[in-house]
Design a protein around this ligand. Structure first.
Ligand SMILES: Nc1nc2c(c(=O)[nH]1)N[C@H]1C(S)=C(S)[C@@H](COP(=O)(O)O)O[C@H]1N2
Ligand SMILES: [Mo]
Length: 199
């Protein structure tokens, strides 16, 4: 007989402090939703402190990199969390294999449409759960949720998960992005409630 205790993780263990679980999928951003009529006009630039800067088409993102499906919980700084969200895309660590990141690169700036940016450390960017997602629940992202490609960094507040991604820039210093310049935290760990920069 087996007496070992296997404690099932209950949902409160999965919800960071002062967050509420939603079953809806809120849409949240500043600015307007870009609609791409022709996805061949979209590209993703990898640049900054790298030996081999790259420009990828959507076709390349979908075909030359291993495609993975990851399920995780997401936490927005405004207070909602959504459990078991399912994303498909390319791991950040696979995407950067060919660019040769320089050793003094310590931070990453994600550039989205309309000049929107957010920043994270290179460790957070390259975490094993960090994804550049093109699909949600097996369907291509809707325009509202970031079509054609968005970041998904589930271990950080969801504002770090840039929708409508267009550029990934490696830098030596941390460059505060849109919300970070407006008082939000440079890292944004939901378990430590790093909502604002003075937290
Ligand atoms: N380009 C861009 N990405 C963004 C934002 C934004 O304003 N612009 N808002 C962030 C915030 S605050 C959240 S909570 C999530 C929301 O993603 P969703 O609309 O898919 O739920 O997108 C993040 N990514
Ligand atoms: Mo958010």
């Amino acid at each position: 007989m087996y007496f070992g205790k296997k404690r099932k993780m209950n949902s409160s263990d999965r919800v960071p402090p002062n967050q509420n679980v939603t079953t809806t999928f809120p849409v949240l951003h500043s600015g307007s939703v870009p609609y791409y009529e022709d996805s061949s006009k979209w590209n993703l630039q990898i640049y900054g402190l790298v030996e081999n800067p790259k420009l990828y088409s959507l076709e390349e993102i979908l075909t030359i990199f291993p495609q993975v499906e990851l399920s995780n919980d997401i936490h927005c700084v405004t207070g909602w969390s959504k459990l078991d969200t399912s994303w498909k895309g390319v791991r950040t660590r696979d995407l950067v294999k060919d660019v040769s990141i320089q050793s003094h690169a310590k931070h990453v700036v994600l550039h989205a449409e309309e000049g929107w940016t957010t920043n994270l450390t290179i460790e957070d960017f390259l975490k094993e759960t960090s994804l550049l997602a093109h699909s949600y629940n097996n369907d291509p992202l809707t325009p509202e949720h970031g079509y054609p490609l968005r970041g998904v960094f589930p271990h950080l507040y969801f504002w770090k998960s840039a929708k409508w991604l267009r550029g990934i820039q490696f830098t030596e210093q941390g460059h505060p992005g849109f919300w970070e310049r407006n008082g939000y935290h440079m890292k944004g760990d939901p378990w430590l409630e790093q909502r604002y920069s003075f937290d």
